[in-house]
Design a protein around this ligand. Structure first.
Ligand SMILES: NC(=O)c1ccc[n+]([C@@H]2O[C@H](COP(=O)([O-])OP(=O)(O)OC[C@H]3O[C@@H](n4cnc5c(N)ncnc54)[C@H](OP(=O)(O)O)[C@@H]3O)[C@@H](O)[C@H]2O)c1
Length: 250
């Protein structure tokens, strides 16, 4: 412990927020298998099924729409060290009373509000509480999972109003966070990522037209996303990147 009572023993802490989800769980497992990360902190509303705790891996409860829970989790993270990776893998496309809109006739205030809360406001609040934990003297990456359909320039099909718009809002929040973050953490990056089309609960109802080779396992996606993060350059700060590292237009 240092003079302030904070542990400095564990280098390269990696944090996954949304570790109970398909991609989030795979990210946590991949990071756990990488000896470069001394500690893994998995955060989610429910304990990831089959999650095994040991000296390196810790799970704590977090709801990104409950700011008190983010404050508590950030304090717990600070005790584990300064994170070099913070991955936000939360997100919502469908659920009770919530289905992607095919037409403007389906637009609904409650559904739009719920999607904006989960997909845009929640990750921004996570950034508010976790970005300040990143080191000042070495590189770090904060990455939020967005979606290609949140790209305004790439929108040719229409539909999915709330999901598209909430991810576009997330992209803007990430860009804005990246600019502010750079002022105090010149080596810190803040990016948005598209994980590909991944076989998870989120995509399950919409996989009909997806070619088998285009549907990733969560582990395949996690592997690709972590490789993208490892290859980021300083000028990539604030960008939106696909699973293969290709920049996606706003
Ligand atoms: N799968 C795809 O094809 C695809 C494509 C493009 C983008 N994405 C994006 O990739 C990310 C991961 O998606 P996924 O496919 O892994 O979906 P998923 O399996 O449905 O996982 C979503 C995760 O978000 C969590 N979550 C939702 N609201 C939350 C809240 N208020 N507080 C804490 N956690 C919350 C869920 O927690 P619970 O377990 O507690 O419900 C779950 O862990 C999302 O941002 C999604 O939009 C996915």
């Amino acid at each position: 412990m240092n003079a302030g009572g904070r542990s400095t023993a564990a280098p390269n802490l990696a944090i996954v927020i949304g570790a109970s989800g398909g991609v989030g769980r795979a990210l946590a497992e991949r990071l756990s298998a990488d000896p470069a990360h001394g500690r893994i902190l998995a955060l989610s509303r429910r304990r990831p099924p089959g999650w095994e705790e040991d000296g390196r891996r810790t799970w704590r409860e977090v709801d990104i729409l409950d700011e008190d829970s983010l404050v508590r989790a950030a304090a717990q993270a600070a005790d584990l060290g300064a994170p070099s990776r913070i991955l936000v893998a939360t997100g919502q496309l469908h659920g009770a009373g919530l289905a992607p809109e095919k037409t403007m006739r389906s637009l609904d205030l409650a559904a739009l509000t719920a999607l904006f809360a989960t997909n845009a406001a929640g990750p921004a609040l996570a950034a508010k509480h976790f970005l300040p934990l990143t080191p000042r003297d070495r590189p770090s990456v904060f990455a939020a999972l967005s979606a290609r359909v949140g790209s305004i320039g790439d929108n040719r099909l229409g539909g999915w109003y709330g999901y598209r718009a909430s991810k576009a809002a997330l992209n803007m929040l990430i860009r804005t966070l990246a600019i502010e973050h750079r002022r105090t953490r010149p080596l810190g990056l803040c990016v948005a990522l598209h994980p590909g089309t991944v076989d998870t609960d989120l995509s399950a109802p919409f996989q009909g037209g997806v070619a088998p080779e285009a549907l990733f396992t969560p582990d395949r996606s996690a592997q690709a996303l972590l490789a993208v993060l490892d290859g980021l350059k300083p000028d990539d700060n604030g960008g939106l990147f696909a699973w293969d590292g290709t920049p996606i237009p706003w």
